[in-house]
Design a protein around this ligand. Structure first.
Ligand SMILES: [Zn+2]
Length: 272
């Protein structure tokens, strides 16, 4: 009995240790169990995305991305495209993804910039017009039809109180994927809802912090979301950290598959 008891205790300890080690180091075994594998033996997928068509994305971001041959996703509001229209056309022609980020960028009434265009006061019909208007305008300006979407402010509701609805279904009907913002985790490729992809903020992160997110996401899909690209400042993905990250993640030895939200989303959908 004693021996058997010790044996069981040892097995329980092994299972416990294994359980704690698996999420960090057992990605490949986990994938095999789930039957999901990233292409070419890569261990983790990463998508870089940037919102609002800020001019620094064209001026500072695209030259960096193109230097390392990495494709990113830009979630644009059409009215901002006009400020760098030729740059955006070039980005689309170079294989960067141009996604939909709504026409009028509605967010909660609690934010001063959206208090007059608040999700609390939206109806389904208003949101449908806003989404479809942006896709039409992006196609008119750049000649590409957006395939994925990013929820402005990461917020996914319309209405108030007992009338609140999720607008995730409107996004699911129109787009391959919808990306959130300031989410706390990464996406399980075997299980995630593509209309509700978790997005982690890249603004303000150092290279080491970005790399740590990748190492913690083995077997999974990390979607980073930022705004400006440049020197450390508010709502800014630091250009120096981004350049180090592009060097790291763009090297196949890192085991990272870095590609657009559309490319990774398509790969996931094809395996469902
Ligand atoms: Zn935005």
């Amino acid at each position: 009995m004693m021996d058997n008891g010790k044996h069981m205790l040892a097995r329980a300890l092994c299972a416990l240790v294994g359980f704690w080690l698996l999420p960090a180091w057992g990605g490949a075994e986990e994938d095999a169990k789930a039957g999901f594998r990233w292409p070419e033996g890569r261990r983790v997928a990463v998508s870089l995305s940037f919102d609002d068509a800020r001019v620094s994305q064209v001026d500072a971001g695209l030259p960096l991305l193109d230097k390392y041959g990495v494709k990113a996703t830009f979630y644009v509001t059409p009215r901002n495209l006009e400020k760098r229209l030729d740059g955006w056309k070039k980005a689309a022609a170079n294989g960067h993804e141009i996604g939909n980020h709504s026409t009028s960028h509605p967010c909660t009434a609690n934010y001063p910039f959206s208090s007059k265009n608040a999700l609390e006061n939206y109806t389904v019909a208003m949101m449908e017009r806003d989404l479809d208007g942006a896709s039409a305008e992006i196609e008119r300006l750049l000649g590409v039809k957006p395939v994925t979407f990013a929820y402005p402010c990461g917020q996914k509701f319309i209405g108030r109180g007992v009338e609140v609805k999720s607008y995730v279904p409107l996004v699911a009907k129109r787009f391959l994927a919808g990306r959130g913002f300031r989410d706390e985790g990464t996406n399980d490729p075997a299980e995630c809802d593509l209309a509700h992809v978790l997005g982690v903020e890249s603004d303000g992160l150092t290279f080491d912090e970005m790399k740590s997110l990748v190492l913690a996401a083995q077997g999974r899909w990390l979607v980073l979301a930022g705004h400006e690209i440049g020197k450390p400042s508010r709502q800014t993905t630091q250009a120096a950290a981004l350049e180090q990250f592009l060097k790291y993640a763009g090297d196949p030895a890192s085991g990272v598959w870095i590609d657009t939200v559309q490319a990774v989303g398509k790969y996931i959908r094809a395996r469902r």
